[in-house]
Design a protein around this ligand. Sequence first.
Ligand SMILES: [Zn+2]
Length: 291
Amino acid sequence: MDTLPRGERYERLMRLVSLARSLEAQGYPNAAKLYWALAHSQQLRESRQVAPCELDNKMAAAIDCLKADNADPQLIEALKHGRQALAEKRPIRHTEIPSVRVCRTCGEIFLGDPPPRCPECAARPITFLEFLPMYHWETLTPSQALVALASAPDEVRAAVQGMSEEQMLQKPDPEAASVHSLVFHIAFDQELLAERIEKMLTQPYPQLEGVAAWADAEDEQIPVQQLLERYQRSREETVRRLMHISYEDWQRSGWHNEFGRVTILQQVCYFARHERGHLPQIEEARRLVGG
Ligand SMILES: [Zn+2]
């Protein structure tokens, strides 16, 4: 596929998007969704990740290009905040880059609270497409979220079943995480989730301080078996705690520096997806150390 010249690949992508939009407009959403999926798949397959050392230059070039196109100055400002944070190796605050939405009808882009209607096409904000900081924030229903939370410890346990402690402490390569550190991270996050839920259930709009990824200093002395038990116990308590809360309580919220207002339901969905995201990493680490 990517042996095609660049221009042709771009043309093909645009054809897929045009078909998707037209089919949607003509009332064939089930056909449209296939073209949207194909377009998204093509974008993922034909783009490569930018090397960390090239990120700053590429961001600068993208910002210059948008400036030349007379993009919204507020958007340019937000993009610069992103570039700045990377240079300073720090998380980006929600106040620097607020929520972002795109009008599905005309493509207009909105930062922060959207206006009551799109100035270009009068579409209403509930129809806009919001881009979340990560797919982890897409919500499930409370019962789906509870099933995901309750079933995760068994999946983590199964992924490491039969490995020795030595194998689990072994790094597959100097840059990669060991199985031990991944399980440690998952267990640590469960405790963080439990703490945040308790805060949101008992305090009015608490502050949920962000924790940098891997800020939890790994304690290699704790055997994985023990980490798994701790994780499971804490998770069971969390599930029991959430099992009987009301619909309104799922919507209780706190303020997170990086993500803004966050509800209990969003937080639960985030953690449930986040820990699942580490399973392929555990499996890969296991394969590489021959466990
Ligand atoms: Zn619009």
